[in-house]
Design a protein. Structure first.
Length: 363
């Protein structure tokens, strides 16, 4: 039915201040495209730029994390991709560098060499440093013992990062599912990953450090470096329990966590106790960073990648902003969206990234 033009004009002119349509406290699905956002954990292992331009089209700025991981380009190659990208897209992305541990970790000059590499990375624009699960899960010293992140050899490196005003991003340990048999894992993507990577499935390797060893070493490192700004990747490997995560966030005021590849664990916990998860996200709204862990490399098909990037991020957006009942392949069962107020969404999707990575703030 068409409205009468004069009536519409009349009513809009006559609407008093109390009758004006109030701006909604909540975002819509369509707001996804126009709201400024950040994805704080991606890996652009290629000179191709479609990941950056496609993300920018959907209003995402990016933080790329270099990683000392097998199967990735060398850390020097990753850094040179990113130096090139930040020159071409200074407003669209930043990156965190990393360092090697397979280059004479116990040599007398290792710490100096490592600090030199970090310094040259900072001079080239790196805004932080990433450490990966190889520390704690594969690196061994000459005595054959696993080297954990609280090893004193890392102290001068972490002090250097902290004194340089940079952020340490730590993917330390793994989801708790990694220490469970496949049929006891809570989410399907963990089940698929550990089925494919038995070398990382710790349930099969009881001789490796335990889940608790990983968490304790990280917590000990944080106690040794209270001034360090720390971003615990993948919900800081405490993805299985918002209560456990809350305890760490209470203990370490300089710690935030990214949600990369772990939004499904919040969704899983929503099935058990929706209110608890929603209360947690609202209480810790200043400490949670949106992230995906999306990765592209030279063999990625760009058309397929763009679809996957969009679908992943749009699915998460719906979970955070709406109260619809939804499903995802990662989780068995349906769950309700968290329906977070705009103010909370803005923090999780951008403001916290600018706080934990001050150089990321372009305003
Ligand atoms: Zn990652």
């Amino acid at each position: 039915m068409m409205g009468c033009f004069f009536c519409l004009v009349f009513f809009s002119r006559c609407a008093g201040p109390g009758q004006e349509k109030q701006e909604s406290q909540y975002y819509t699905e369509a707001d996804y495209y126009t709201t400024k956002k950040a994805d704080t954990h991606v890996h652009i292992n290629t000179a191709e730029t479609y990941f950056i331009t496609f993300s920018a089209k959907e209003n995402f700025r990016l933080i790329d994390l270099n990683v000392d991981a097998p199967g990735y380009p060398t850390i020097e190659q990753q850094r040179s991709f990113l130096i090139r990208h930040i020159k071409e897209f200074p407003d669209e992305l930043c990156f965190c560098t990393t360092f090697r541990t397979d280059n004479g970790f116990e040599d007398a000059d290792w710490q100096k060499r490592t600090i030199d590499y970090l310094k040259s990375s900072f001079d080239s624009g790196a805004i932080g440093v990433k450490v990966w699960k190889n520390i704690g899960m594969s690196l061994k010293n000459k005595k054959g013992e696993f080297v954990m992140i609280d090893d004193p050899r890392f102290d001068p490196i972490i002090d250097f990062i902290s004194q340089s005003g940079k952020t340490l991003v730590g993917h330390l340990g793994e989801p708790k599912n990694c220490w469970l048999p496949l049929n006891e894992m809570t989410v399907n993507n963990d089940r698929a990953y550990f089925k494919e990577h038995p070398e990382y499935h710790m349930y099969l390797h009881p001789e490796y450090p335990s889940y608790q060893n990983q968490i304790d070493a990280r917590d000990h490192m944080l106690r040794k470096h209270p001034a360090l700004r720390f971003d615990g990747a993948h919900l800081a490997s405490l993805e299985w329990s918002v209560d456990e995560l809350a305890k760490r966030l209470d203990s370490f005021p300089n710690m935030a966590v990214d949600m990369a590849e772990r939004v499904c664990h919040l969704q899983y916990q929503c099935i058990q106790n929706y209110q608890k998860v929603r209360d947690f996200v609202i209480k810790y709204q200043d400490r949670l960073l949106y992230a995906t862990d999306l990765e592209v490399n030279d063999s990625t098909d760009s058309t397929e990648a763009k679809k996957h990037i969009h679908d992943t991020r749009f699915g998460h957006w719906k979970f955070f902003i709406s109260d619809s009942v939804m499903t995802t392949p990662e989780v068995n069962g349906s769950f309700r969206g968290l329906h977070l107020p705009k103010e909370v969404v803005n923090k999780i999707y951008l403001k916290n990234a600018e706080k934990w990575f001050p150089a990321f703030n372009k305003n």
